[in-house]
Structures are given as structure tokens and as C-alpha cells.
Design a protein around this ligand. Sequence first.
Ligand SMILES: [Fe+2]
Length: 213
Amino acid sequence: MAVIRSYDTERHPFGQEIARILRVPADVLHLVHVTRADLLPRGPLTAATETRTGFHDLVVAATTGSATSTARDVYQAFPTFRLQLPGERAVHTWHYDSDPDHRHPDWEINFQIALTDMLGSRATWIESVPGLRDFAPMELTVGQFAVFDGNRCLHGNRPNDTGLSRVSLDFRVLPWSRYAAQTSRRTSVTAGKRFVAGEYYERFHHRAGVLPT
Ligand SMILES: [Fe+2]
């Protein structure tokens, strides 16, 4: 079952930063398919192309870099930029992240940050516990984020029937104890990187006051 929390959009202006990169007004990010129609894919997206549109090219090119810290827990170094265009899905396969097609390490914890509202068919749909298949939308509004078990719970999208784009970021955190206990390292099917600190992950240093209590 997902846990929904709010974050301070002034202290963490993720949506404004994505809007700046895409050169669109931040308050109409949900119309990005109109204001930046020049970046639209030529045809329907697939699982192989859903993160390789002109929108993704711009965001990825603007956010590459390296984070450094000293210890404990690892997190996905570069968050995944999601764009769900009208009539489209953001993710084209129903899956759980540790399945044989995605091969994420066990015990990852998923986070999703809403940069536009994510309601109805603009939301990620997910079962409440692994195997139950009681799919429901994990609905978020701007300024909220979800913590969920995408590592084991089947999830995916329905075609976006709202006429508005959904923009979001997602990433994973792996507790240090689970990371350190792994005896072998898998490779990300989608990112092509090994699940190690310095490739898919970076180390995260907990500081007092950083995490919500
Ligand atoms: Fe996933």
C-alpha cells in the first residue's frame, strides 16, 4: 500500500526546474504536449521508446552530473523522468521492478514525485500487495509524492484519457544493509548500468533535518 506525503515545492522546485529545461511555463506543465509539440514522438510509443522522446532527451541532457556523499543507503543516481502524453501510457508494460524483465535488486523502495496532478488515467495503477491484482490509481496532486513497493507490486498505466499531460519523477532507494548483503550485482535492463554505487546508484548520507519526521 502506497504512503502519500507532501513536499515543499518552494524548497524543492522540481516542477519549475523541469519546466525551465523544457522552456515552458511551470504553471501549465500539463499542457507540455501543446506548448512543445515540436518534441512529440512521431507515432505511438512502446516500452522501448517511452523514455526516449524529445522531452526526455532535453531533461536527461540537462541533468547529467555526479552526486557525491559519504555513506549509508543508496539511491537511484538520476531519477527517471516520466511523461504521459494524452492518449498514451507513461510505461507500456505491466510489471514489477524486480521481475525477470527489469531485474532490480530486491528490497528497493520506490518514490514517485508528482510535477502535475496524477489523477485517474494520469496516475500509476498498482496492486495493493504483491499478487492481489486489485489495481487502483495511486493518485497524487502537485506537491505530493508516493512511497510504494513497486519492487514487488505489479504496476503500469492505462491510456491517458484526460487530454492533459502527466509529468513526474521517480527513483528508488535501497537500504544499505540490503545493498551490502548482495552477493551478486544485476544490471539494469533499461538503464544498461550495474546496480552499484557509482553507476545506477549513488550513496546517500543522512543528515539531521533532511528527512521528514
Ligand atoms: Fe516500475
